[in-house]
Design a protein around this ligand. Structure first.
Ligand SMILES: [Fe+2]
Ligand SMILES: [Fe+2]
Length: 605
């Protein structure tokens, strides 16, 4: 929200704004308001980040520059998470409150179970048992699903899904208890796969298995005492079938298939457990029993299919609310007809081709180490989308013989333009409402690496100027200042395995284009050198990739590059080996293209 700070007599002065923004607590800000007297006290309840007085001053400056033709007057969109949501996501108190509500609701549901249920005649023992089971489940949840536990939105998804499942089971049991003619369908109309499938698709196999066990153990307390074991077996087997079949689904049809198979398992198990009994269909009322058998089996099958369709239909809603992206959505997002990708194809064909190759490299490597491969593919497509703002400044979009616009710029200005493609990418991604994971990859794919080519050029220019100063041809004040910080990307460094893989694939792809007469040995040396350079520069320090995974990723890059550069590869028997050249060293010619990737330009030969 824009909130210009207004004094009764005019705008708040800049030093006052700076002082106010430096205050940490609401109390300090309130004191400041009282002290400055003329400052509206209502501003004290706002966080410094919301205060845009500085932004207002900048807006006036921009407007002035735009009037002089020195600025476009526009401001880039900036990606930042909502601080309120962030604090709620990690709050321990919120998590404890959610756990307490969950345990109490479970206890209440056990208390309100049907009159024939396990604890129907024990009004105190029943809820206590329910409460204890819920507590033990929470301990298991905390121990086995640590990734989901860290974010409270995931906790809501897991615990809310379990409660919803149990409420549905409870309602159905109550309906059956009140209508005696539905007694034969008691175990056939329960959506056993609901919570397991929902959690399995959204959070993975472990979460789905946890759901299956919990809803089976608590659900059996809602059914008649004599049949609790039948319910538990049906719920466990059907739930686990749904979880196993819906793991890493990439098409909605696969969810429906998982529902159909779950229904088949429910029907088969029901018949084995005698619900409805096959034995009854042989006798005087055989037709009636056969009819019951058919309708019961149909009901069980239909319920499983409806459950799958319900989850499939509501998946986009759950993904949006809980900020999750399933493989189904990643595959939908991988459509190359996206407006930005089509624009890239026309205006920056070199970058488009580069993105496709990075996508192939990253996807193959992610697949090998069990990372999210569809996500890697989609994020790679968009990682350099910011180059669309100034495509000709990037070597892959420059035609042979065409003038290089960097020739007429200082190295500092060139680096500024190159580095800006990250911020421009975030701006475009926010404008086109791209997935937040894509925006994070755009932000992180260069980490805080150095634009080495232009940094080196700036140093060379400084050295030349220094010689002139030594020969007293120039004044020492005219020496250019070369600050390494000005040549570094703003970061942050890659923080996920997928982001790390894309960052490495990006560097490897750029360097591979400069590889002269590639051989398998040269490709391997190049990949080894580039990955080592990234590690030495600390670019993978925040990334959870292990050394073992890095070795697999390197192997995957070599294999993918070998197949991609197959037509260019000189195998050892070729002319090059006859010339006696060293084949074990990579020859990567430093070009501005390499510099734009932020990785160190490697010239190992
Ligand atoms: Fe980039
Ligand atoms: Fe790139």
């Amino acid at each position: 929200m824009s909130l210009p700070l207004v004094l009764p007599g005019g705008w708040l002065s800049r030093p006052q704004v700076v002082e106010f923004c430096g205050l940490q607590t609401a109390r300090q800000r309130a004191r400041f308001c009282v002290r400055s007297a003329s400052f509206s006290c209502s501003a004290a309840r706002f966080q410094p980040s919301q205060i845009t007085a500085v932004g207002f001053v900048d807006a006036i400056k921009r407007w002035r520059l735009a009037r002089q033709g020195l600025s476009s007057g526009k401001k880039r969109r900036v990606y930042c998470a909502n601080p309120v949501i962030q604090s709620l996501e990690g709050s321990l108190w919120v998590k404890l409150a959610l756990y307490a509500v969950f345990a109490v609701m479970t206890a209440i549901m056990v208390l309100k179970a049907s009159p024939t249920s396990f604890f129907s005649d024990q009004p105190i023992k029943g809820p206590i048992y329910g409460f204890v089971i819920a507590l033990m489940a929470l301990v298991m949840f905390q121990v086995t699903l640590q990734t989901s536990c860290r974010r409270n939105s995931r906790v809501v998804l897991v615990l809310g899904g379990l409660i919803l499942h149990l409420v549905v089971v409870k309602i159905l049991m109550t309906v059956v208890d009140n209508q005696s003619d539905l007694e034969s369908y008691r175990f056939l109309i329960i959506p056993y796969a609901m919570a397991p499938m929902l959690h399995g698709v959204l959070l993975g196999r472990a979460a789905g298995s946890f759901s299956t066990v919990f809803v089976s153990f608590v659900g059996c307390l809602f059914v008649p005492r004599a049949e609790f074991l039948d319910y538990m077996i049906l719920s466990l087997v059907t739930g686990m079938t749904a979880v196993l079949l819906s793991n890493q689904v990439r098409k909605r049809g696969q969810l429906l298939r998982a529902g159909i198979y779950s229904g088949c398992v429910t029907v088969a198990l029901s018949l084995i457990l005698g619900k409805p009994g096959i034995a009854s269909s042989i006798g005087p009322n055989a037709m009636d029993h056969l009819q019951l058998l058919g309708s019961g089996s149909g009901a069980a099958f239909l319920m499983a299919v409806i459950t799958a369709l319900f989850i499939s239909g509501l998946l986009p809603f759950f993904e949006g609310v809980f900020h999750l992206t399933t493989d189904i959505s990643w595959l939908e997002l991988s459509d190359l007809n996206h407006k930005l990708l089509r624009q890239m194809q026309l205006e920056a064909p070199g970058t488009f081709h580069h993105s496709l190759v990075v996508a192939s490299l990253a996807e193959a490597a992610a697949e090998k180490i069990g990372a999210n491969a569809p996500m890697c593919r989609v994020c790679s497509y968009f990682h350099d989308v910011g180059k669309l703002k100034k495509p000709v400044y990037f070597i892959e979009n420059q035609h042979d013989g065409a003038e290089n616009p960097h020739d007429s710029l200082t190295p500092t200005m060139s680096a500024l333009i190159i580095i800006a493609h990250v911020k421009d990418g975030i701006d475009l991604a926010l404008k086109h409402k791209l997935n937040p994971r894509i925006i994070e990859v755009i932000q992180e794919h260069h980490g805080d690496s150095l634009v080495y080519f232009f940094y080196r050029r700036a140093q060379e220019q400084k050295k030349a100027e220094l010689e002139k100063v030594n020969r007293q041809l120039e004044n020492p004040e005219d020496l250019p200042v070369v600050d390494e910080k000005s040549f570094r990307y703003p970061g942050p460094r890659p923080r996920t395995r997928e982001s790390g893989i894309i960052s490495l694939a990006d560097t490897v792809e750029s360097a591979s284009r400069s590889l002269r007469k590639p051989t398998p040995a040269k490709i391997r040396t190049m990949v080894e050198d580039l990955v080592r350079a990234k590690i030495n520069d600390g670019q993978l320090d925040d990334c959870p990739l292990t050394l073992q995974e890095l070795a697999i990723v390197k192997e995957s890059f070599c294999s993918t590059l070998r197949s991609m550069l197959h037509s260019r590869i000189d195998y050892p028997k070729d002319k090059e080996s006859k010339d006696g050249r060293n084949e074990d060293r990579a020859t990567i010619v430093p070009r501005p293209a390499d510099a734009t990737r932020g990785g160190r330009s490697v010239s190992a030969a």
